[in-house]
Design a binder for this molecule. Structure first.
Ligand code: GLU
Length: 452
């Protein structure tokens, strides 16, 4: 059974980047008939807020990404304590006493010597007595996970292919702060084990975290930590997506305007976002596909490219129009002008870029409309139209047929004055569909008025 998770930190609103991660994990789970877990990474109490948790849930619901279970890291602190103990007992965790300033100095020295700024493991060399002295001084310890330098860390990435890291080129990560609180690295691995996560799919900014976490997973398994029924017995599969960039490069500055609220306000449908983000950065064509099962069925990690994927708001607008043209009446009824029925929606839908524009077009049906001033020829033509109008099965076809025969007019000369007289516009919805909506009495009245 496939189990995926989306693990946002509730320290801000979701934006296109994490919406994409959520969507892909959701699709992966739905494709395999598996489970999609929403995991709230709220170990950073100071920066996390309940309002953001609510907003994340609301955004996922609006996008239609239902989750099968919700987990919260703040409710799982006893598990982290247990994992910490297991790793500590196994000799993989050690206390460190350097202040932030000391670490910064070490970093600068390393960089100055042209060396990578890797933690030098000075704390590992402290004797028992030196540690005891630090503790007695009241210098609180923070804790690092000791990477195993013996073997390279390797995995077959679902997107990036074979990955290989030399653990000696990585710093032993701090996993617990001096105040006892947890950093991201270990809780996430413990959660993935406990929740039986089978696929970890996230952005490529996490590639080096994966290298570290693979060692944490392995150490947890070796310590016999993964004992629970639901727990994973093997490493999850990992895949890292190339990041999203804007048309002009980095997205980071504009992320605030690229969230669900902003999209909704601009009249973007969730289906357009889903259709775009499902395939952006893959070799599959980005098309206005409203049918999620089609997107799910075609979702394929091997179609993902390694180059950054370009997020372009013009693509989103184009897809939005394509999606709006397919939306069923029931899906939009609540957002339509009062009195508008299914036939009205179908007539107007092809003209919309956003559902919110419906009202402007619906006014052509309900009136009043502003007709242009017609010349004498057109006035005579429109008077004739009023006379020839027969209200039957398809009044528009009958009327234009009769007018063509009577006047010899065709093309623009035939259709444009009629459209202008009946709608006040030069372009717009299909007249054959509009006429029955406007109704016989009003059609006659508009023709007479234009001819007068
Ligand atoms: N909370 C982490 C983040 O938002 C989760 C990363 C992960 O998927 O493991 O970056």
């Amino acid at each position: 059974m496939i189990i995926t998770r989306f693990a946002p930190s509730p320290t801000g609103r979701l934006h296109v980047g994490n919406i994409r991660t959520a969507l892909h994990n959701w699709m992966l789970a739905r494709q395999g008939g598996g489970r999609f877990i929403l995991r709230i990474d709220d170990t950073d109490a100071a920066r996390s807020s309940e309002a953001y948790v609510d907003a994340i849930r609301a955004d996922l619901r609006w996008l239609g990404l239902e989750w099968d279970a919700e987990e919260r890291q703040s409710a799982r602190l006893d598990r982290y304590e247990a994992g910490f103990k297991a790793l500590h007992d196994a000799g993989r965790i050690y206390p460190c006493y350097e202040s932030a300033q000391e670490l910064e100095v070490k970093r600068k020295i390393a960089l100055g010597r042209g060396l990578p700024p890797i933690y030098d493991r000075a704390a590992l060399k402290l004797t028992e007595a030196e540690r005891a002295a630090k503790d007695a001084e009241g210098t609180p310890a923070h804790w690092r996970f000791m990477l195993d330098h013996a073997e390279p860390i390797q995995w077959d990435d679902g997107i990036r292919g074979a990955q290989k890291f030399d653990a000696a080129q990585l710093s032993d990560p701090v996993i617990r702060r001096a105040d006892g609180s947890w950093l991201y690295m270990m809780p996430s691995a413990i959660d993935d084990v406990d929740m039986g996560v089978t696929q970890v799919l996230r952005g490529e900014d996490h590639v080096s975290n994966t290298a570290v976490q693979i060692q944490i997973f392995t150490a947890l398994f070796a310590a016999g930590f993964a004992a629970a029924e639901s727990a994973a017995k093997a490493l999850p599969a990992f895949a890292h997506e190339a990041l999203l960039v804007g048309r002009e490069g980095k997205l980071s500055k504009r992320l605030g305007s690229l969230g669900c609220d902003a999209f909704r306000e601009r009249g973007i449908e969730p289906e357009a976002i889903v259709a775009l983000l499902a395939r952006l950065g893959t070799s599959l064509p980005v098309e206005p596909i409203a049918d999620r099962s089609a997107l799910i069925a075609s979702f394929d990690l091997s179609s993902f490219g390694r180059a950054p994927a370009k997020f372009d708001e013009e693509d989103l607008e184009r897809l939005n129009a394509g999606i709006v043209h397919q939306l069923a009446f029931d899906a939009v009824a609540a957002r339509l002008p009062q009195g508008m029925d299914e036939a009205g929606w179908h007539a107007i839908r092809p003209n919309l870029a956003h559902v919110g524009e419906t009202g402007d077009w619906w006014k052509l049906v309900t009136g009043p409309i502003a007709q242009p001033e017609f010349g004498d020829d057109d006035k005579a033509f429109l008077a004739l139209a009023a006379n020839l109008l027969v209200w039957g099965e398809s009044p528009w076809v009958t009327l234009t047929g009769a007018l063509k025969e009577a006047t010899g007019r065709k093309g623009k000369g035939l259709f444009l004055p009629l459209r202008q007289a009946l709608t006040g516009m030069d372009h717009g919805p299909d007249m054959g569909e509009l006429l029955p909506l406007i109704g016989e009495t009003e059609v006659r009245a508009r023709l007479h008025q234009a001819a007068a």
